[in-house]
Design a protein around this ligand. Structure first.
Ligand code: ADP
Ligand code: MG
Length: 269
């Protein structure tokens, strides 16, 4: 279980969400969204968080990002308490949220320029990232000229530009068609292998989780907890077309799917 951690694992964790309980005050009274949630990510690990809608996945990302304050429990990044947003922890959302009045290149460098980086240096790095995500030649395009997948690639380049230690990804491919999504999944894994960034990725798509993750955490329906942890044995080099033929794939898929469906049914009640 993710909650029962030995001292060593806790000490070496890059991200450490430690016994978090969180409630929101609403019209119908107090809503407990997370109850005693603990999870850790090792440095460079790719972890996928799966769970029914409303179980608190985005809330966990928002806590780690520092967008919402911790009230009960602790959130540590590299051993230090998270006190607010920081460029070392990047976030990618389902919507690319690009500025329509800026070019592709200026969108990618926007945050870096706001943080005081010289434009020439930021442009150099941004061009390298645009190249890596397959957008070389689109630097001067307006964002309305891009497809949904291309926009999300711009968002990826923008998130990776400040060289974050941690990327938090909240269903980033959820709005894309199946073919584009697969291409984005391959691209993301390649970028992750090259950078070694620690990634916590939220999805409700089991196949996406199986292709991307080192480890899957399945959340229970509200109040959200970590219900199950599944380490994936597929190794770093995965082929999206043949992964399903890997030993153990069907059994693991069934195990994860069963848990996700159980929790989704619970959340309907
Ligand atoms: P998920 O991402 O798993 O779908 P969320 O983390 O977005 O779930 O939300 C979990 C629950 O917390 C939902 O019931 C949602 O309505 C509630 N919630 C999230 N943020 C707030 C907030 N700022 N105020 C009140 N309720 C919230
Ligand atoms: Mg969400």
């Amino acid at each position: 279980m993710a909650g029962a951690l030995g001292g060593k694992e806790r000490m070496t964790a890059h991200i450490d969400v430690d016994h978090i309980t969180l409630s929101f005050a609403g019209k119908q009274g107090v809503l407990t969204v997370l109850e005693d949630v603990s999870l850790t990510l090792a440095k460079g690990e790719f972890v996928v968080l799966l769970g029914p809608s409303g179980c608190g996945k985005s809330t966990i990302l928002n806590l780690i990002a520092g967008f919402i304050p911790v009230r009960q429990g602790r959130v540590l990044c590299a051993g230090r308490p998270v006190k607010g947003p920081h460029p070392s922890r990047g976030m990618v959302f389902q919507q690319p949220n690009l500025f329509p009045w800026l070019s592709v290149l200026d969108n990618v460098t926007f945050g870096a320029r706001m943080a005081g980086r010289k434009k020439a240096a930021a442009n150099g790095d941004a061009n390298a990232w645009l190249n890596r995500v397959g957008l070389a030649g689109f630097e001067r395009h307006a964002t309305w000229q891009l497809s949904g997948g291309m926009k999300q690639r711009v968002a990826l380049a923008r998130a990776w530009l400040p060289d974050p230690e941690v990327l938090l990804m909240d269903e980033p491919f959820g709005a894309l068609d199946a073919q584009t999504r697969m291409m984005m999944q391959e691209l993301l894994r390649e970028a992750w292998k090259q950078t070694g960034t620690t990634i916590l990725f939220v999805t409700h798509d089991v196949e996406e989780a199986l292709f991307l993750a080192d480890r899957i955490l399945v959340m229970s329906a509200r109040p959200g907890k970590i219900a199950e942890e599944v380490a994936l044995p597929f190794g770093p080099d995965r082929d999206i077309e043949t992964l399903a033929q890997s030993p153990g794939y069907s059994d693991i898929k069934q195990q994860v799917l069963h848990r996700v469906r159980t929790e989704a049914r619970r959340s309907m009640r």
